[in-house]
Design a protein around this ligand. Structure first.
Ligand SMILES: Cc1ncc(COP(=O)(O)O)c(C=O)c1O
Length: 382
C-alpha cells in the first residue's frame, strides 16, 4: 500500500511540476463561455417542462435495471432509435450511454487484427482510446489533409477504416468531408464520422454535416452525442441494420453496461422534437460568432484558429501564460477555461471559447477587449 501511495503522490507532483494539474471547480454566476450547451437547451425552462411531462406520462421504473440485452431494453428505447435514425436519414441506430462509449465501443470492436484504421490526428480521446484497444494497425493523417490521407490509404492493409470528426472539438473547424468521402469510396474504405459538436448546430434543422452535404450513403457509421448542443446525455451510432446487429453481439461497452434510465431517454426523445425547430437560435448563434470574430480580428498579435463554429480558440503559448489569461477572464466575470498541454499539443495551449445563442453582444465585445488587454500587457512586459 505504501508504495502505491508513493506512486500516486509522484504522479500528482509530476502534473503540478509541469503546470497541468487538473482539479474540479465550482463556478457560478459567470458568463458561460465553456459549456457545450450551444443552443441553451440544457437551461431552457420550456424544454424542462416538456421533459417532465414526458416522464410523468411514461415512466415505469427509475433505473433501467440492466443491460439492453437483459432487462434494460424497452419499446420506448427501440422507438426512439427508429425516430433518430429517420431524422438523420439512416437505416438504423443504436443508443450508447455516452459519446465516449459509442466511439470507444465501435472502434475497439469493429476493426480487427490485420485491418488498418486511418484517423485525423486531432480526433477526440474516445476515438484514440477505441483505436488503441482494437487489434488493428493504426496511422494518423495530418489534420484535414486530404493528400496525406490519400498517401496513407495507398499503403493500408486489410479492411480499411477512416475516422474523422465533423466539427473538431478543440479547433472548431470542419473537414473537407466530401473529398474524404470520395477517397474512401475510391479505396473501398469505411468512413466513420463523429458528429458530437455538429449535432444541433450544423445543417438544416441541426442534423449535422453529413446530412447537410447529403453524404449519408457514404458513411459506414456516424456518432451523434446527445450531450453537447442537445443538452442531454448519451449518444447514438447511426449505421446499417447489420452493423447494429454486429454491435449488439460483439460490442462490450454496449453489452456489459446498464442501459440509460428512462428519464434520459425521455429527454432525448423530447430534444429530437425540439432542436430541429430552433432555427432562430442557430441564426443568433451565427450572428454572435461573427461579432466575436470581428471584435477579435483587429489585433495582429493574436493567433485565433480559423473557425466559423461556436468553438473559437485563442492560442497563447505555454501552460502558465494560458492559465494567467484564464484567471484574468474569470476575474472579469467570464467562465472561460484554459486548455493546457498535453490535452492539446505543446505550443498550442489555448482559451477554448464556446459561444452560445444566449450570450449577448455586449459580453462578447467585452470578452474580446479583455483578451486584447492581456496580450498588450504581455507585449509591453517583454
Ligand atoms: C468529438 C467528441 N466526441 C465524443 C465525445 C464524448 O461524448 P460524451 O461527452 O457524450 O461522452 C466528446 C466529448 O467531449 C467529443 O468532444
Amino acid at each position: 500500500m505504501d508504495s502505491i501511495q508513493k506512486y500516486i503522490l509522484q504522479k500528482i507532483a509530476e502534473r503540478k511540476r509541469e503546470g497541468n494539474f487538473r482539479s474540479l471547480k465550482l463556478i457560478e454566476g459567470k458568463v458561460d463561455l465553456t459549456s457545450n450547451d450551444y443552443l441553451g437547451i440544457a437551461r431552457d425552462k420550456d424544454f424542462q417542462v416538456m421533459v417532465d411531462a414526458e416522464i410523468q406520462r411514461n415512466q415505469k421504473l427509475l433505473g433501467s435495471t440492466g443491460s439492453r440485452l437483459l432487462s434494460g431494453n424497452s419499446a420506448y428505447a427501440e422507438a426512439l432509435e427508429k425516430q433518430i435514425a429517420t431524422f438523420h436519414s439512416s437505416e438504423a441506430a443504436l443508443i450508447f450511454n455516452s459519446g465516449f462509449d459509442a466511439n470507444y465501443g465501435l472502434l475497439s470492436t469493429l476493426p480487427y487484427k490485420g485491418d488498418t484504421i486511418i484517423y485525423d490526428e486531432l480526433v477526440h480521446a474516445s476515438i484514440h482510446d477505441g483505436i488503441k484497444a482494437s487489434r488493428a494497425d493504426r496511422v494518423s493523417f495530418r489534420h484535414n489533409d486530404v493528400a496525406d490521407l490519400k498517401a496513407k490509404l495507398a499503403t493500408a492493409k486489410g479492411l480499411i477504416y477512416v475516422v474523422t470528426e465533423t466539427l473538431f472539438s478543440m479547433d472548431g473547424d470542419t473537414p473537407p468531408l466530401r473529398e474524404i468521402a470520395d477517397l474512401c469510396m475510391d479505396f473501398g474504405a469505411g468512413l466513420i464520422v463523429d458528429e458530437a459538436h455538429a449535432t444541433g448546430v450544423i445543417g438544416e434543422k441541426g442534423a449535422g454535416l453529413v446530412n447537410h452535404l447529403g453524404l449519408e450513403s457514404h458513411c459506414l457509421a456516424r456518432i451523434h452525442t446527445f450531450s453537447k448542443a442537445l443538452g442531454a446525455h448519451g449518444a447514438v451510432v447511426l449505421c446499417s441494420a447489420e452493423l447494429r446487429d454486429f454491435l449488439i453481439n460483439y460490442c462490450r461497452p454496449f453489452i456489459f453496461s446498464t442501459a440509460l434510465p428512462f428519464h434520459s431517454l425521455a429527454a432525448v426523445s423530447c430534444v429530437y422534437q425540439y432542436f430541429p425547430k430552433l432555427d432562430d437560435r442557430r441564426r443568433q448563434l451565427a450572428h454572435l460568432i461573427s461579432v466575436f470574430k470581428t471584435s477579435i480580428s483587429n489585433d495582429p498579435n493574436l493567433h485565433i484558429l480559423p473557425s466559423d463554429s461556436p468553438i473559437q480558440s485563442v492560442i497563447i503559448k505555454g501552460n502558465e501564460d494560458i492559465k494567467r489569461v484564464a484567471a484574468l477572464l474569470q476575474d472579469a466575470g467570464f467562465d472561460a477555461r484554459p486548455i493546457l498541454s498535453p490535452t492539446v499539443a505543446k505550443g498550442t495551449e489555448r482559451i477554448r471559447i464556446g459561444l452560445h445563442s444566449f450570450n449577448t453582444e455586449e459580453e462578447i465585445v467585452r470578452l474580446a477587449d479583455a483578451i486584447h488587454i492581456f496580450v498588450q500587457a504581455k507585449l509591453q512586459s517583454v
